[in-house]
Design a protein around this ligand. Structure first.
Ligand SMILES: O=C(O)CCC(=O)C(=O)O
Ligand SMILES: [Fe+2]
Length: 279
């Protein structure tokens, strides 16, 4: 186990797009710093959502059958091909769907900013991805997510571990994300690990204000492996640090009709949601 020595890229770097694509290609991850989302806003998001997860009326927002927005209770999701459920609860925010009053304004604003940053990063990939790989795409990456209703901000709460935690159960078992790229604002506590191409697990730096980006399965599929999807997981805390952990990944999802390879993004997503117990 070692620290992940991924370069932190600033959007103002002259060669930001090249560095970003190189890092995604060689490590599956990239770190963005000096973006325009203030740390104070990230901290405020964690604060208001911590209060919401501690509130009594969470179940009023429980996800409805056939839907994917709203509240998902503790142990509702498993990683693909893993039996045990992850030790987490979460809320799925879509720009066009309802969010609780107490968190609405800040969440909409934060989500808008993060989606804009995600669009910019996909635009970087459009600039520097080799022409033969671009030739495989039905449309540029940035276009795939334009006016997409499928971009998903997941606000996660990993409660302190109970005394009777089942052997082998973890906060988040190893998985690849389904979507194109994920923007993962640094969590409130450490625990996130990424696997490199040699199979070694690394701690992802838990530095406030950093946004870690990883390639997902749709990006790997659309580029036939040019950008490999990166396995990652969230490990359980040591006993002396058994606190709640919060994190907020934004999953950038194409419009449903975008063709990835032999499947549309909508078909791909549907199949994967069934495999992870969410559909
Ligand atoms: O909590 C984290 O830091 C990672 C969450 C994650 O990988 C996911 O929800 O897909
Ligand atoms: Fe993930």
């Amino acid at each position: 186990m070692s620290d992940f020595s991924v370069l932190a890229i600033s959007p103002s770097d002259a060669d930001a797009a090249e560095k970003f694509a190189k890092s995604l290609r060689e490590t599956g991850f990239a770190i963005i710093k000096d973006h325009d989302i203030p740390v104070a806003e990230i901290d405020a998001m964690y604060r208001v959502w911590a209060e919401w997860f501690a509130s009594e009326n969470k179940e009023d927002f429980a996800v409805q059958a056939g839907e994917s927005n709203g509240y998902f209770g503790y142990k509702s999701e498993n990683a693909k091909d893993v039996k045990q459920k992850d030790l987490k609860e979460f809320f799925h925010v879509y720009q066009s769907k309802e969010v609780p009053d107490s968190v609405r304004e800040i969440t909409r604003d934060f989500n808008t900013k993060l989606i804009a940053l995600g669009a910019k990063l996909l635009g970087w990939l459009d600039q520097v991805t080799p022409a033969d790989v671009q030739g495989l795409l039905g449309e540029p990456f940035e276009k795939m997510i334009e006016a997409s209703d499928n971009n998903l901000l997941r606000v996660l709460h990993y409660p302190p571990l109970p005394d009777d935690v089942e052997p082998g159960a973890t906060r988040a078992a190893a998985h690849g994300d389904i979507n194109l790229i994920t923007l993962l604002v640094t969590g409130s506590e450490p625990g996130l690990q990424a696997q490199d191409v040699n199979g070694t697990w690394h701690d992802v730096p838990c530095q406030s204000g950093y946004i870690t980006v990883n390639a997902g399965d749709m990006l790997e599929q659309a580029t036939r492996g040019h950008y490999p999807s990166t396995p990652h997981r969230v490990i359980n805390p040591p006993a002396q640090e058994n606190r709640s952990r919060y994190s907020m990944p934004l999953f950038m999802h194409p419009r449903s009709e975008v063709v990835l390879d032999h499947q549309t993004a909508g078909e791909f997503l549907d199949q994967r949601l069934k495999e992870i117990g969410l559909k």
